[in-house]
Design a protein around this ligand. Structure first.
Ligand code: FUL
Length: 472
């Protein structure tokens, strides 16, 4: 059997089967770029930073907001050093306070004493992001507990105009975040949102922006605020008949996606480094440890989702040392764990045995269509180590620009002729990090069941990481 370089072989195999590709959803160019952004920082900042509330009422006096030492470059430096590729800020949270001097509100930085009403957080942050090479994203809460027009059709104009201001004055905006919470406004009324118009505004004024919400259109909420994607995690979602907020798909569906979903919709895992979304003195001791963050990393990015980690600035307008230290530790754990790919000297080859492998109908377990039978093409490839090697982690990556077609996999590890470990799972997606109790092996075989008869694994690596980091 001929052994050739893993990546070349896998890529050419992908190309070979690409022509067999049919109409399962595939990501758009901007969705693919979004997947590659992988890990980024969320920042909840506003009057709540000064009051200790999670949901401001919208009646807080503007003067409360006074971050005397605000330094967006410090935020960007810390984000960048932690390996993040973007920052998303709460330009407007549910209390309606705008972190930029919007012409469409009287509850903004302009009405505060901060910098004598001349301050503009979006301006400072968007500029700092450019300087540090970070993408800039904006959380714009549709729910507004302050705006006098909320609950009337006029508020839809306000929301559209605010988006236009943001796109035109602070762009490019990489991601627009539409939160699902929708309660009553100051007049006790709920808003009937004109979502179609909101979507069209993004398309018209900032077509490259990816839009996040419960149901996209580009990126979906993962269904919880713990940073944990489903296992499996499918990049597909059925959105027809569903709404944002009340009327969204069930959270377990958002968590795992729909196995047969019609739209490509990657999952974004939002989670806070602290118990709350906004900074609070009393939570300085409760910042997540590097190890907890690493565990979240394995369960979000390691399941093919993106990680949006909230690191809220304090009332000075700076990231508190408790948070920056945790981020430094988190980065160190990732660097150490994935420093040495133990397959660098391994030989890899396909054992294409279409003749030997069954091509008859087999039964696959699926989430929403139990015992559905259809033809799959069983593929497998072998990785042979240069010498016996101890590993406790294998990472598989799927070529998602061609879709997500791997429906299940099995990895059989050998030491010589003896099988020493077997692991299996279903979804792979952009990155699947598999951890297990360490085993000394000389080879392993990856078996794939691919819905479309393709072989989309684009990369395989293996590591031996600190056992403490691996769930028993
Ligand atoms: C939720 C909001 O209600 C929280 O305040 C926070 O912004 C979180 C990220 O989303 O829906």
């Amino acid at each position: 059997m001929k052994s050739i370089c893993l990546s070349i072989l896998l890529l050419s195999a992908t190309a070979l089967f690409a022509q067999d590709y049919n109409d399962l959803p595939v990501p758009s160019k901007k969705q693919l770029d979004w997947h590659d952004t992988e890990y980024y920082i969320f920042m909840h900042f506003g009057p709540n930073t000064f009051t200790g509330k999670e949901w401001g009422e919208g009646t807080e006096p503007e003067d409360i907001f006074n971050p005397a030492q605000l330094d967006c470059r410090q935020w960007c430096r810390i984000a960048k050093e932690s390996g993040a590729k973007a920052i998303i800020i709460t330009a407007k949270h549910h209390d309606g306070f705008c972190l930029w001097p919007s012409k469409y509100s009287k509850h903004t930085v302009r009405e505060s004493k901060w910098k004598n009403g001349k301050g503009d957080v979006l301006k400072e942050l968007s500029q700092a992001c450019k300087e540090y090479g970070l993408k800039f994203g904006v959380y714009l809460s549709p729910w507004d507990r302050n705006h006098p027009d909320y609950g009337t059709p006029k508020y839809n104009d306000v929301f559209v105009n605010m988006m236009k201001e943001i796109f035109q004055n602070y762009g490019p905006v990489w991601e627009m975040w539409w939160d699902g919470a929708n309660g009553e406004g100051p007049n006790g009324k709920r808003q009937v949102y004109d979502w179609k118009r909101f979507e069209n505004t993004v398309k018209q004024y900032s077509p490259k922006t990816v839009v996040f919400s419960d149901i996209g259109p580009d990126v979906r909420w993962v269904g919880n605020e713990n940073g944990i994607a489903g296992n499996p995690n499918w990049n597909f979602l059925d959105t027809v008949g569903f709404k944002r907020g009340l009327g969204a798909p069930p959270t377990d569906t958002l968590n795992r996606g729909n196995y047969w979903g019609k739209a490509w919709m990657g999952a974004e895992c939002d989670v806070s480094i602290r118990p709350g979304w906004f900074w609070r003195e009393s939570e300085n001791e409760k910042v997540k440890t590097p190890q907890q963050l690493f565990d979240i990393y394995l369960k979000s990015i390691g399941r093919g989702a993106n990680l949006l980690l909230n690191v809220p600035p304090d009332p000075r307008g700076l990231i508190h040392p408790a948070d920056s230290m945790a981020l430094t530790g988190f980065k160190k754990l990732r660097d150490e764990s994935f420093a040495e790919n133990l397959l660098k000297t391994a030989n890899t080859f396909y054992q294409f045995s279409r003749k030997e492998l069954p091509e008859e109908k087999i039964t696959l377990r699926s989430m929403d269509k139990e015992n559905q039978s259809y033809t799959v093409n069983l593929q497998n490839f072998i990785v042979e180590m240069a010498q016996p090697t101890k590993i406790n982690c294998i990472i598989l990556r799927e070529a998602i620009h061609l879709g997500q077609t791997i429906r299940s996999f099995r990895i059989v590890m050998n030491n010589g002729k003896k099988v020493v470990k077997e692991i299996s799972g279903s979804s792979v997606g952009r990155k699947r990090i598999l951890t297990f109790k360490p085993a000394t092996i000389t080879s392993f075989t990856v078996y794939l069941e691919d819905a479309k008869g393709m072989d989309n694994v684009i990369n395989v690596t293996a590591y031996l990481m600190d056992e403490k980091l691996i769930e028993k």
